[in-house]
Design a protein around this ligand. Structure first.
Ligand code: FMN
Length: 179
């Protein structure tokens, strides 16, 4: 199984860190899983302009192809203005409408206020569903205060949810694949 994590932040490192933790938890639960993290900060994904993918530059093609090559995904998004960042939405706009068919798409969201913990439900789930992703019942919300000064996750509650998301994601994907 190839599990691809996406970090949708072009600003900080918290989202990438949280997604990495889910990939690590999945790998620890099943060492045969191949993992790859796509940190959007490291790529220049161009705005969608309605042409075939081959007309875009290498970074855009690499990111889209890696996402499409996944058997399962962990979508990591910071919360921006009570929604998802434009950079992440732009990546979704590059994908065909059945991009996530047969794939489990787990959610990790980072935010600066607990009041926005439902943003994943209203802003992200609908897009993943539209792209035919199967969404685990567990998702992970990480508040900025859950990180310590060294930018490590320092909340046992969040770590437990990360483990739970990883194991549910694996179980669902194996069930989907009939394994
Ligand atoms: C432009 C912008 C808008 C933001 N809007 C919100 C928001 O509406 N709600 C919230 O909880 N946090 C908001 N935040 C805080 C980020 O979601 C939070 O700091 C997150 O951990 C950043 O992740 P990163 O370190 O991966 O960039 C915003 C941050 C930025 C830069």
């Amino acid at each position: 199984m190839k599990l691809v994590g996406i970090s949708g932040s072009l600003v900080g490192t918290k989202t990438a860190k949280a997604v990495y933790e889910v990939l690590a938890a999945a790998k620890s639960a099943d060492p045969s899983i191949e993992t790859e993290l796509i940190d959007l900060k490291e790529f220049e994904v161009e705005f969608v302009k309605g042409t075939p993918l081959s007309y875009y530059k290498d970074d855009t093609i690499k990111v889209v192809k890696t996402v499409l090559s996944a058997d399962a995904l962990v979508i990591g998004s910071p919360i921006y203005q009570a929604s998802i960042p434009g950079a992440l939405k732009n990546l979704f706009d590059h994908l065909p409408v059945d991009a996530f068919k047969g794939k489990v798409t787990g959610i990790v969201m980072t935010g600066g206020t607990d009041k926005h913990f439902l943003v994943a439900e209203h802003q992200l789930k609908s897009i993943l569903s539209y792209l035919k992703g199967l969404i685990p019942t567990t998702n992970v919300f990480v508040h900025n205060d859950d990180f310590n000064q060294d930018n490590e996750l320092a909340s046992s509650e969040v770590s437990a949810r990360i483990k739970s998301l990883a194991s549910e994601l694996i179980a669902l994907q194996k069930g989907y694949a009939g394994k």
